[in-house]
Design a protein around this ligand. Structure first.
Ligand SMILES: *Cc1c(COP(=O)(O)O)cnc(C)c1O
Length: 355
């Protein structure tokens, strides 16, 4: 049976988008493809409030996290860690032989400008990684404030942001905030099938990459730049996904960005209130995610059984991530889900649990 996805990726994909993905194939060196990339790129720049480059990478987000950190530093990288995905970025940095340190907070806590200031001040860093929305804990880090601090006090430090589970769900003003890399796979808030990652890169980051001795190849900005102006990618892109993305961006812009941000806020507030009423919130109230809520399982229910029962009714939520399995469950409210979906889902959970 088909289950509507209330998990933090992949998310529910609308039928119109699935159909757009089934459009006839194009040659990736043909004018038709260049036209497609030339159409979709400015729409992504509008979404991210940027005039700088936005690359389309045929890869899951993890690949671009690794590719971007390889090109970020000629000194030392500071990885901020507040959960599993931010922890992964530290592991990738170390696995590539890049000098790095991590500054870590407990699960459910946020990375604050104060923490970043103290850590950056203690070493000779030229790049920092931050996960904006830590999907494993339901924390949204204050990236705008962190970036303001870094831009003011540490002008040489590049700011790399994993916005995988919040880009296209919350406002990210790439240029105004002074970010250097901001990436997201399309299977979360973009509500597309997986396989493509959007990545905005600042001119400053592209300059830095030129100084890095081993920037890699597939993800190298210098490789992407060879065909960027021709509106192509160096290797064969996921053309079907880009066709679907173009349609999705038209729909997103037609509905209005402000409306999209407002819908995500409304869904988040609703699910948070519901969680407070029947359970509790796991993470720091000051930094709750606007795209996924990590519900603390204070009633000791079986999350696996709940999900099984939901499955019979055509829905799926997520268990707690890693060590939080059964201690928490996560409800995603991202992408193209609506308030109607959220009220339907919580009613099902109340009914199943007899709340
Ligand atoms: C899902 C997720 C990832 C991993 O994305 P993939 O596309 O599976 O590689 C990385 N970071 C965050 C914050 C995520 O939510």
């Amino acid at each position: 049976m088909y289950k509507k996805l209330f998990i933090p990726g992949p998310t529910h994909v609308r039928d119109e988008i699935l159909q757009a993905q089934a459009a006839p194939m194009l040659g990736h060196r043909a004018k038709e493809y260049s036209n497609l990339q030339a159409e979709v790129t400015p729409k992504l720049q509008q979404l991210l409030y940027t005039q700088q480059r936005v690359y389309l990478y045929t890869s899951s987000s993890t690949g671009v996290m690794e590719g971007s950190v390889r090109q970020a530093s000629v000194k030392r990288v500071l990885n901020t860690v507040c959960g599993d995905f931010s922890g992964r970025w530290h592991k990738m940095t170390a696995a590539n032989g890049i000098p790095c340190d991590k500054v870590e907070v407990a699960m459910g806590q946020a990375i604050t400008p104060e923490i970043v200031d103290e850590a950056l001040g203690a070493g000779d860093y030229d790049a920092i990684t931050v996960v904006m929305n830590e999907t494993s804990t339901g924390v949204m880090n204050p990236v705008q404030e962190i970036a303001a601090l870094v831009r003011e006090k540490y002008p040489d430090v590049l700011i790399l942001v994993d916005a995988v589970s919040c880009m296209a769900g919350v406002k990210i003003a790439f240029d105004a905030w002074g970010l250097d890399v901001c990436l997201a796979g399309v299977q979360k808030c973009f509500a597309l099938p997986p396989g493509l990652t959007i990545c905005a890169v600042s001119d400053r980051a592209r300059e830095r990459a030129r100084l890095v001795q081993y920037p890699g190849y597939y993800f190298a900005y210098s490789q992407m730049d060879k065909s960027y102006e021709k509106n192509q990618t160096p290797a064969t892109p996921a053309i079907s996904l880009i066709q679907a993305l173009n349609k999705q961006m038209d729909d997103i812009l037609a509905a209005g960005l402000e409306a999209r941000w407002a819908r995500h806020k409304e869904m988040a507030a609703y699910v948070q209130d519901w969680a407070r009423k029947y359970f509790a919130l796991y993470s720091d109230e000051r930094y709750l995610s606007l795209t996924v809520t990590n519900v603390h399982n204070t009633r000791g229910i079986s999350v696996a059984d709940l999900n099984k029962a939901l499955g019979e009714r055509g829905a799926m939520i997520s268990n707690g991530y890693g060590d939080l399995k059964e201690k928490c469950f996560r409800i995603a409210h991202m992408g193209d889900l609506t308030m109607g979906d959220m009220t339907w889902l919580t009613a099902q959970i109340e009914d199943i649990l007899g709340l």
